[in-house]
Design a protein around this ligand. Sequence first.
Ligand SMILES: Nc1nc2c(ncn2[C@@H]2O[C@H](COP(=O)(O)OP(=O)(O)OP(=O)(O)O)[C@@H](O)[C@H]2O)c(=O)[nH]1
Length: 497
Amino acid sequence: MVLAQLGGSISRALAQMSNATVIDEKVLGECLNEISRALLQSDVQFKMVRDMQTNIRKIVNLETLAAGTNKRRIIQQAVFTELCNMLDPGKPAFTPKKGKPSVVMFVGLQGSGKTTTCTKYAYYHQRKGFKPSLVCADTFRAGAFDQLKQNATKAKIPFYGSYMESDPVKIAVEGLERFRKENSDLIIIDTSGRHKQEAALFEEMRQVAEATKPDLVIFVMDGSIGQAAFDQAQAFKQSASVGAVIITKLDGHAKGGGALSAVAATKSPVIFIGTGEHIDEFEIFDVKPFVSRLLGMGDLSGLMDKIQDVMPADQQPELLAKLAEGTFTLRLLYEQFQNLLKMGPIGQVFSMLPGFSSELMPKGHEKEGQAKIKRYMTIMDSMTAAELDSTNPKLMTESRIIRIARGSGRQIRDVTDMLEEYKRLAKMWSKMKGLKMPKNGKMSDLSQNLNIQQMTKALPPQVLKQMGGMGGLQALMKQMGGKDMSKMLGGMGLGGD
Ligand SMILES: Nc1nc2c(ncn2[C@@H]2O[C@H](COP(=O)(O)OP(=O)(O)OP(=O)(O)O)[C@@H](O)[C@H]2O)c(=O)[nH]1
């Protein structure tokens, strides 16, 4: 996604500034101009970019900063804060609660990805334990009901619609009644789109909203529409009480700056982004982790969410117990690899690791990384249980290595490469020995028990350096909230490529 380029440009501008021996007005000015250029090229509205420049100038007053203060850090922090402010309208969106009936209505132009996004949203909540349902009140586009029906059937989500009825309000009301009776706690209404903003669309939207009284209206916007984003979002906001935004197609050539503009125009937060056509190519959108990721600082909370998603809760205490003992076996590595492959595209996972931006893991390399993991797993498939569970490095004799290579149809070098990689990770994990277990054994609660020294020791040196050393790590943790220390833990084991 082109957003990675924006992040890359901003990070480069900050890095260039850091290289300067003295940070004076000229250096700061050049850095801010570079950042502004990158934002404008990413379709962020001109006024927003100008405001951001002004705000940073207000925060970073070089003359009044005492000698010895870390100007670079202050500027970096100001850029981070300003980018967050641009994306944060200051009030959270309505969030549905399990077991409490909510109605969510989707609006957007035709082709924005509205119908697809309705199903993604339903599916996301279904996996969190909700009982969602879908109502197709899009009577304008022939085929819309079929599309929703197909998607909903695949995801096993109840749906309602009609081939005959042409009144969207009637369908919406009937759907609502049906699913209320069926105790659905999240009724999602898909409304019609039009090719462009026009009065008929807005009137229809208003009528459906009046009849269904949604708790939340979500505006779906195609992330690739560029500078038009602000006006489009504003037009929708004026006609419906938009409470949240979802930006789609951020996997393609979208520059993504439209997301920033949509927030400004609707004064509503972006809650999810669509990153592909598939039902699970849908990510929760949190401002701070997103900006961190944009700037190559990692998104540890997203990573942990993914780990939590793929790792069964009952396996977490077991993994932690083994780590606390300092035993990182090949079997444990195998299980980690399995989880990693379940997490989806490797590039996405990498961009969540501190020090890695998705730019550092270009598309071509994703395949390589994934293939390497699969290769390692094939090799491990040819190992005996004793080999997988051993912590004795001497066990892997030459004859065993030759046998494993033959059994897996790989070269001896491949096997030794894999063992080297394992040793590197085992060494890293061994530094976590003595970790105090959270009482409930859950990874997400491990955080309180980790200390910064343990973390610094365990992080690969180059990653720590990119994060700005111990100070950077501390700042990052503070920013992300203490609870995210555990996410770092998950990330480290997976970052070993
Ligand atoms: N690459 C990519 N494609 C997407 C994404 N979201 C939706 N699409 C695709 O965009 C196209 C339009 O999506 P729809 O869901 O049919 O659009 P819509 O806004 O509901 O259109 P109407 O029902 O006509 O208003 C489809 O081909 C989707 O597969 C996304 O996040 N990434």
